[in-house]
Design a protein around this ligand. Structure first.
Ligand code: CP3
Length: 353
């Protein structure tokens, strides 16, 4: 059930709240000493798949900063891993997957494995929800005011890693496959679209109160491909969630979408648009319905820099959105060298109202 007492949920549902609630993408991460301490205990996938560890890591930034939202500690690549694709997070390199380049590669994936393989993630979510909404022995519940967010990668961005086999600046193999072998690419996208909707519904059943779709590489696509591989699958996922779990807000994040962001907002049905650092929030606000919530979009490098420059820009973003539904956040994730005290300072500034 939706708890209307949570400021973040109220805003995600389209209400203007002042000062704006906030959370930060990658708020649990390497910039926190308490995260690094746990990091040495287990590899990344083990941390995601061990409810004790994933719960603890998710709550670390809540305890420290009393954020308005707790985002599940997991990764967008857990879905392909759960379907059977090999995945390893290599120190200094990032994710390495067994690249999908042929029908035979695709045939080795099995979405029916996902519910069992992701059961620990769902267990983490239910523990988190019980902790956040329960009595507060560990100082993480903040009086039942913290909303729990689930997430997935959007199909295009997940396909980028699945086809390429690793991170990339331009994901040439992936975009090349979409043009040269559209049958294969569409089959992969359809598989991901269905599996993502199912997994997000399972996250909601386990306790997530809103879900976010990270489409980090959406901006690589020209408009026709953007409509086909970003807008269409996102719309399908949003419709599925609306039909099966009505009322749960979906946050879309089509990073670097530029001028296509307004079309995304109009055509996907997302309740909330997360904006990247390069987007003028006030200009975007003028192009979308007044009850569409905007989320963002301080430059993570200003959070790294801190000081007056950060304070001024944070106030300017917050004040420009006054009177409309706005969730304060960054335009992309916290970068690892960020001093933790800068995050504390940002939270103080946003809440000074
Ligand atoms: O935001 C959060 O705190 C929740 C957890 C979360 C992680 N990844 C944890 C993580 C979320 C929401 C993600 C999303 C994600 N993962 C995206 C989309 C958002 C974005 O940043 O564009 C993408 C593209 C990935 C894929 C991914 N995961 C990459 C490319 C890497 C390596 C680069 C890096 O940042 O380290 C990861 C690893 C990863 N995911 C880490 C964390 C905390 C670091 C791994 C470690 O600590 O060992």
């Amino acid at each position: 059930m939706t708890d209307t007492g949570k400021p973040l949920l109220r805003v995600l549902q389209g209400e203007a709240v002042w000062p704006p609630p906030l959370w930060l993408m990658r708020q649990a991460g390497r910039y926190l000493p308490e995260f690094r301490a746990l990091r040495d205990k287990a590899d990344f996938i083990t941390r995601c798949m061990t409810p004790d560890l994933a719960t603890e890591i998710t709550l670390q930034p809540i305890r420290r900063y009393a954020m308005d939202g707790a985002i599940l500690f997991s990764d967008i690549l857990i879905l392909p891993w759960a379907m059977g694709q090999s995945l390893e997070f290599v120190q200094g390199t990032g994710p390495v997957l067994g690249a999908i380049r042929s029908e035979a590669d695709l045939a080795r994936l099995d979405p029916r494995r996902v519910p069992d393989a992701t059961a620990p993630v769902m267990e983490t979510l239910s523990r988190l929800r019980a902790t956040l909404d329960g009595p507060d022995p560990i100082g993480a519940a903040q009086g039942g005011k913290v909303a729990l967010l689930g997430f997935a990668g959007a199909p295009f961005t997940v396909a980028c890693y699945m086809v390429e086999g690793h991170g990339s600046r331009d994901f040439e193999a992936t975009r090349g496959m979409a043009y040269a072998n559209p049958m294969l690419f569409d089959r992969l996208m359809d598989m991901l679209t269905r599996a993502t909707a199912d997994m997000l519904c399972a996250q909601i059943d386990a306790g997530a109160e809103a879900v976010m779709l990270f489409d980090s590489w959406a901006g690589l696509l020209p408009p026709s491909q953007f409509r086909r591989h970003v807008i269409a699958p996102t719309r399908a996922i949003v419709q599925e969630i609306q039909a099966r779990r009505p009322g749960v807000p979906v946050i879309g994040f089509p990073r670097l979408a530029g001028i296509m962001a307004a079309e995304y907002a109009r055509d996907t049905g997302v309740k909330v648009m997360a904006l990247d650092t390069g987007t003028d929030m006030a200009a975007m606000a003028g192009q979308v319905p007044p009850d569409l919530t905007l989320q963002g979009n301080l430059d993570p490098l200003l959070l790294l820099a801190g000081g007056e420059a950060m304070a001024a820009e944070a106030r300017s973003i917050r004040d420009a959105m006054k009177g409309r539904p706005h969730v304060f956040n960054l335009g992309h994730g916290v970068v690892p060298p960020t001093p933790p005290e800068h995050v504390g300072e940002l939270v103080r500034i946003v809440r000074e109202g």
